[in-house]
Structure formats: C-alpha cells, structure tokens
Design a protein around this ligand. Structure first.
Ligand code: FAD
Length: 508
C-alpha cells in the first residue's frame, strides 16, 4: 500500500471533555494494528490468491464462512476455539502451543508456515476497506512516537542492537516492514533480516502515516485515571509540556476500552544495597574517572537486556557479570543458535564457562575483559559506590572495584491507571507490577476481560508482535458488533449526539 501521509505523532487539541467510541491505552504495535482495523480495514479468509491454507482442516473450517469478514469466525471464544481445537494435533503444520490459540490462528493466516518456509509465507487474508464499519477511537500512548516500547529505551542499550525477530515477524498488516525498507533504502530487503532497534522504531513511527491512521494516534500522553461510568468509561489524560506546546489535561468519555499498555513499562529497580551506586554524586565522579581509565561495569541479570548491555559496551570495557544460573533452566540466551544469533550465543558461552569454572576450577586462563559470577550476591557496597564485595556460589568473598552498575533483572507493566473498582473487576491486585502471567487466565477465558474492556498485545501474556493480531481482531470484531444497532435506536442516538455537540462534547 502506498503511504498516505507522514505524520507519526499527533497532539490532541486542548479542551476539557471529549467523547469517542473506543479508547485504546498504549501506542505499541498492537494498538496500531487495532487502530488499523477500527478504521474500517476488514480481513477475510482468502483461499484464492495463493491457494488454500496449507492446513486442510483449517481451510475447511474457514471456508464455511465464505466471503464473510474474519470477525464472524472469531466472534466469540467458542467460535475461535472451534477453529483452533485441532491445532495441538495438526500434522500438516507445527503450531505454537505456548501462544493463545486465537493469536496462533491469526499468525498462521498472516504467515502460514513462516517458521519452516523461507519466503514462502504468503498471507491467506484479503483486506478490504468498509467505511460503514469505521469506529471513532483514539490511541493514547506515553511513548513519544508511535511504536510503544520500541520508541522508548529505559535500559539505555544501543539503538543498533539487532532484534531477536526477523523483520517479517515485526511487520503489521497494511504496510509491511519490507515495504518500509524498500521506501527507506531503495532496494529489496534480504530474507532473514534482523533489523536494528532503531530501524524497528522508525518503521512503527512511520506506520500510522503509511496506513492513514495518524489522525487517531496520540503520543506523549499519559492515561492516569479510568473509571466506569453509567454509559461507559471516563478517561483522564495528561500531556507533558514540551517546548512547542503547553501541558494539558482533559477527560475522554468512551463506550469501549482497550488495554494495550504492555508489560515492559517499568524497569525492576535494584535493591537498597546498591543505593551508593545510584547516587548521582558518585556517578559524576565515575564519569570523570571513566574518561581517564574506564572502571569495570557491573551487570546484574541473566537475560537479553543484560546481554544487550554487554553487547553495547566498548571492546576495552571490563565487565563483571552476576547472573542466575540453574543447570536445568540456565538462561533465556541458551536458545540462541550461534549462526542466527552469534552475539547472544557468545555471551551465553562465557556465562556457561564461568558456571563450569565455579564448580570445577581450571587453571587460570589469559586475562579477559569478562568476569562472570553465577548465582553470586553483592553483600556490601562502599559508601562512594566504588568497591563491592561479592559472595560467590562457592562461598568465597571477593572484592572488586567498579565504575557503573547496570541492573537488568526485568521489566513490568502497570495498571495503576485503572480505578480500584476496575482493577477489582479485571482481577488485578498488584497493579504496579504486571507481568505476562497477571491477566493470562482471564484472557484465556475471554480477551474481553470484563464488559467492554479488552486486552491486546503483550499484556495478554503473548509478548511477540506476531502473536498480537488475534487479540486485536477479536477486540475489533466485538467493538464493531456492538455498533450494529437497530434503525430506531440509531435515530435516537443521532438525536443525543446532536444534543451533545451543542453542549460542546466532540464526538470523533
Ligand atoms: C528489549 C525488548 C526486545 C524485544 N524484542 C522483540 C522482538 O525481537 N520481537 C518481538 O516480536 N517482540 C519483542 N519484544 C516484545 C514486545 O512486547 C513487542 O515487540 C511489542 O512491543 C509489544 O507491543 P504492545 O502493543 O503490547 O505494547 P508495547 O510496545 O509494550 O507498548 C505499550 C506502550 O504503552 C505505554 N503505556 C503504559 N502505561 C500507559 C499509560 N498509563 N498511558 C499511556 N501509555 C502507557 C508504555 O509506556 C508503552 O510505550 C521485545 C521486548 C523488549 C522489552
């Protein structure tokens, strides 16, 4: 599809009260795709353009819906369960048994056999535009550009780190990463391209303009209080001041609510023992010293973020790495194939070697810039934050001088923006600490977790972009179905809307 515009972020004009049908909180990939659907872009199963879906059972089930929108086939938990119940025993395809079946369904329709066929994954979805199905909505996200966590960098790793997923798996319908690449570089993207974080952020920020949804996507805005009202929800929105525009606060009334705030907003903070290392005065000293001779960097964490920090350092940077190591589940990096992910595989090798050395010490090897401590603990930090004492897994206590700490043990989402009553309704007690498990059970039962509230994206517990589509199609179908109202009600609603417009309440 040709780009229809170029604006990536938007600003809601100031005003006290606004009304719209649907508010989507969060501006990550799932929110953007849902907005694309709510604009009236309708998916239908397509067995003609590239032939039937390679899974004949799925093809037979979907064929019963003829040319009807996919929303009809996924309209209720029961309907999509009927489509997907054979997945676990399918012999023609290998389907994920970790992701929600609804998300696996959309993934296989967008890219059938993507994991096994090079370049052969032709979409079995046809898209058509239906103005009558368009739903008034806004996408409200705190990230400064469309793209959610892709346009933020709370852990300060390099923007040039390559993503885990190949570009195709990060693509959204309507404007693919491949099209974006061609537009940016004037050439065809190769298969198995792992783009950099910068390229992905750039793609998502261009997406709203390219598919014509930019007027509904609002960035740098914080949703901070959502209450259920008699007719739907009231949503308080705060926009930070910037040199070009003042701060502003307003309320939006809506009928439907979609939570797309992800599970990566807040970085898990280090425990109090590390406080001297976080003292800005000590950091200033560190910066001066670092220029003269870089002091070792202390990295705590065993996952991808810790690995990204290590990858982002200068070659001469000495690293002290403390990580959890369990022989049965050593580190998420274990799954990284050396050919596909050489950088992560190399860090995993160093961690594994450190774990082996700690259980059966070998002769000292040549000095290295990397010193790994599996299952060790920092038990003391000097007041100036320069010296730390480490209790190793063998019970030895070692002292090390360090310059900076990077604490990378995870990130969490938050749902503090929901009122206490809504949090109770969605079954969330610790709203400040939301992980992949928090809403999983509810979402498995029904992604509409309480009346007129849907969950999409990583908040469902499926964190990969490729598994975000099912939840979005389900939410869009439910919201659109709620719009299909009898003629006499329509007339009454028109009259109410006219009254509202006279009272200054803008309906988009
Ligand atoms: C370091 C890292 C690397 C990753 N690499 C990959 C990868 O290679 N491939 C892949 O498929 N996935 C990857 N992921 C997973 C990631 O979950 C998805 O790529 C994707 O970003 C999920 O999209 P989302 O729509 O759920 O929301 P997110 O992208 O998480 O965006 C949600 C946004 O909502 C904002 N928000 C939160 N609260 C509020 C509020 N109250 N008001 C307004 N805005 C709010 C958040 O700040 C955030 O910007 C990675 C994740 C991380 C952390």
């Amino acid at each position: 599809m040709a780009p229809r515009g170029s604006t990536s972020s938007n600003h809601i004009p100031p005003g006290d009260v606004k009304c719209t049908d649907t508010v989507i909180v969060g501006n990550g990939p799932s929110a953007l795709f849902l907005s694309y659907l709510l604009h009236g872009n309708i998916p239908t199963y397509d067995s003609v353009t590239h032939g039937p879906h390679p899974d004949p059972v799925l093809h037979a089930k979907l064929s019963r819906y003829g040319n009807r929108p996919l929303f009809d086939a996924t309209g209720s938990a029961r309907a999509y369960e009927a489509l997907t119940e054979h997945f676990h025993a399918a012999t023609y395809m290998s389907y994920s048994n970790q992701a929600l079946p609804l998300n696996v369904l959309l993934d296989t329709l967008v890219r059938p056999g993507a994991d096994t066929e090079v370049g052969g994954a032709e979409s079995r979805l046809k898209w058509s535009f239906d103005e009558r199905r368009r739903i008034g909505h806004v996408v409200l996200g705190s990230a400064k550009e469309a793209g959610g966590q892709w346009s933020e960098d709370p852990t300060s790793t390099s923007w040039d780190i390559e993503t885990l997923s190949y570009a195709e798996m990060l693509s959204l319908p309507g404007y693919s990463f491949r099209e974006h690449y061609r537009r940016e570089h004037g050439k065809v993207m190769s298969h198995f391209n792992r783009p950099t974080r910068r390229e992905v952020a750039n793609y998502y920020s261009a997406y709203p303009g390219a598919v014509g949804i930019a007027s509904e996507v609002f960035s740098s805005v914080y949703v901070h209080r959502i209450n259920r009202t008699q007719s739907g929800f009231s949503v308080k929105v705060y926009r930070k001041p910037a040199p070009s525009r003042p701060q502003c606060e307003y309320t939006i009334h809506c009928k439907h609510l979609v939570l797309a705030t992800g599970i990566f907003t807040n970085v898990v903070p280090p425990p109090p023992i590390f406080l001297p290392l976080l003292n800005p005065a000590n950091n200033t000293l560190s910066q001066q010293q670092q220029r003269a001779k870089p002091l070792p960097l202390l990295v705590v964490g065993s996952g991808f973020t810790a690995a990204d920090v290590i990858i982002s350092t200068q070659p001469n940077q000495k690293i002290i790495h403390i990580f959890k190591w369990n022989t049965t589940r050593p580190s998420p990096l274990k799954g990284c194939h050396p050919q596909a992910y050489p950088e992560y595989a190399s860090i995993y090798r160093r961690m594994k070697q450190s774990a082996a050395d700690s259980t059966s010490p070998t002769l000292p090897t040549a000095p290295s810039n990397y010193e790994g401590f599996p299952n060790a603990q920092v038990i003391a930090v000097s007041g100036d934050g320069r010296a730390i004492r480490i209790l190793t897994a063998d019970g030895d206590v070692l002292e090390r001088t360090i310059g900076t700490l990077r604490y990378c043990v995870g990130r969490r989402g938050g749902l503090e923006y929901l009122s206490a009553e809504l949090r109770k309704a969605v079954g969330v007690l610790d709203a400040g600490w939301v992980s992949a498990d928090t809403l999983r059970r509810r979402v498995e039962a029904d992604p509409e977790i309480t009346k007129n509230v849907w969950v999409v994206g990583s908040l469902t517990g499926d964190s990969l972009v490729r598994y975000a589509f099912g939840g979005c199609v389900y939410a869009a179908g439910g919201i659109m179905a709620d719009q299909e109202i009898p003629q006499d009600e329509l007339v009454m609603q028109e009259a109410t809307a006219a009254g509202r417009r006279r009272s200054g309440c803008v309906v988009s």
